[in-house]
Ligand binder design. Structure first.
Ligand code: ADP
Ligand code: ADP
Ligand code: ZN
Length: 216
């Protein structure tokens, strides 16, 4: 299965991606996670990406596409397929992905869009807490058993630098202007599937499983 997961910041992409991996065993490729790993490691890519990420702006397409190309060339994606989370985010990136796939006579099975009213997103994002193991929580909507500690691995949770209210405004504007057109792009290709992301986390997961079972 090859899919992309689309939706505004805070829609629940990362949360649901964990559940999708559990059931379908696809490789989870999050461009946000890869950028953050580069930031942490102070790599040349990380240094370039930081100035955009700190402001809540999208990293330029050429840097992003190159990074995804490298990732998709690795062996692990060949066995069970993959799920791209946070990529593509512009029409140019979507075109580049189509190009990469068609060079291998391949295509996407599904573009899964999680829809959530913008009004709900800020609260979700500022309450988000993460673990270095990849788990994601929310202080009120999905709290860990012990405050500030990961249920899965016991490590201390942290908040992302760009999950502050000031940055969230810019991130939502970027989404609206540059990423939203992808919904129609994939609708036109006939592979768009939408789920309502405003229900409880477990209900959204069940709806997603009902959709993705079509592609097994
Ligand atoms: P969220 O899941 O909250 O939407 P991400 O972790 O996906 O956030 O992305 C964090 C930041 O990383 C973005 O604000 C942007 O600066 C950068 N980024 C991630 N993916 C892309 C992409 N495909 N194109 C450009 N920038 C990206
Ligand atoms: P994204 O990757 O799309 O930016 P996340 O999966 O990180 O979004 O979710 C953003 C925040 O909202 C997290 O703190 C998460 O625990 C919480 N969250 C995710 N899905 C839901 C939901 N259906 N209802 C309430 N809160 C949710
Ligand atoms: Zn953990």
């Amino acid at each position: 299965m090859k899919l992309i997961i689309l939706g505004p910041p805070g829609a629940g992409k990362g949360t649901q991606a964990e559940k999708i991996v559990e059931k379908y065993n696809v490789v989870h490729i999050s461009t946000g996670d890869i950028f953050r790993a580069n930031l942490k490691g102070n790599t040349p890519l990380g240094i370039k990406a930081k100035e955009y990420m700190d402001k809540g702006l999208l990293v330029p397409d050429d840097l992003t596409v190159e990074m995804v190309k490298d990732r998709l060339a690795q062996d692990d994606v060949k066995a069970n397929g993959y799920m791209l989370d946070g990529f593509p985010r512009t029409l140019a990136q979507a075109g580049a992905l189509d190009q990469m796939l068609s060079e291998q006579s391949d295509k996407l099975d599904c573009a899964l869009a999680i829809t959530v009213d913008y009004k709900l997103l800020t609260e979700r994002i500022v309450g988000r807490r993460l673990c270095k193991c990849g788990a994601s929580y929310h202080v009120s909507f999905n709290p860990p058993a012990k405050e500030g500690i990961c249920d899965k691995c016991g490590a201390e949770l942290y908040q992302r630098d760009d999950d502050k209210e000031e940055t969230v405004v810019t991130r939502l504007e970027e989404y609206d202007e540059k990423t939203l057109p992808l919904i129609n792009y994939y609708k036109d290709k006939g592979i768009l599937r939408e789920v309502n992301g405003q229900k409880d986390i477990a209900e959204v997961t069940a709806d997603i499983y009902a959709v993705l079972d079509d592609y097994r």
